[in-house]
Ligand binder design. Structure first.
Ligand code: SDN
Length: 145
């Protein structure tokens, strides 16, 4: 069954999107890049930094993340992306604009958490029944102004 966004309460949608983001970002932080890419539409786009080219399609997103994470090859590090202040705006076409604050927390063995960068995530989500997918994601960084 297909349910349009307009037929739902915002509360239901909000819980659904929070649940989606929890699984999506735990895939990224667990370095499960194929699982992360599978949370995008087939033709999805992903730009994690303003100075990076947008990655397109699921295989393109995996390639970009593998490339980006090479910088941590000899650097034992755990990174976690914390999402907060998720603001949703359902659109006429059934998609949902989602604007989210994100902090990237980095921890090295025995070290203290470092918080950087501080970001704003600009997503367009496709919500069809029980399924949420990211159609596009642009991440802006607060230090770049
Ligand atoms: O997927 C995200 C990201 C992300 O992938 C990021 C990456 O490096 C790979 C969702 C929401 C926010 C982000 C933020 C980043 C930060 C970016 C650059 C960096 O850590 O220096």
């Amino acid at each position: 069954m297909t349910t349009t966004v307009t037929a739902r309460t915002l509360t239901d949608l909000y819980a659904q999107v929070q649940h989606f983001y929890a699984h999506q970002m735990q895939a990224l932080d667990g370095l499960r890049f194929e699982d992360y890419a599978a949370t995008f539409t087939e033709d999805g786009t992903f730009q994690h930094s303003p100075d990076a080219e947008p990655a397109r399609t699921r295989p393109g997103i995996v390639r970009e993340l593998v490339e980006f994470h090479k910088r941590f090859e000899n650097d034992p590090v755990r990174r976690r992306h914390w999402f907060n202040h998720i603001a949703l705006e359902p659109q006429e076409d059934g998609s949902v604009r989602s604007t989210v604050y994100a902090l990237v927390v980095t921890v090295r063995p025995g070290g203290k958490p470092e918080i950087a960068p501080s970001c704003v995530v600009h997503d367009v989500l496709e919500v069809v029944g029980d399924q949420v997918l990211t159609r596009s994601r642009l991440v802006t960084h607060d230090q770049m102004f």
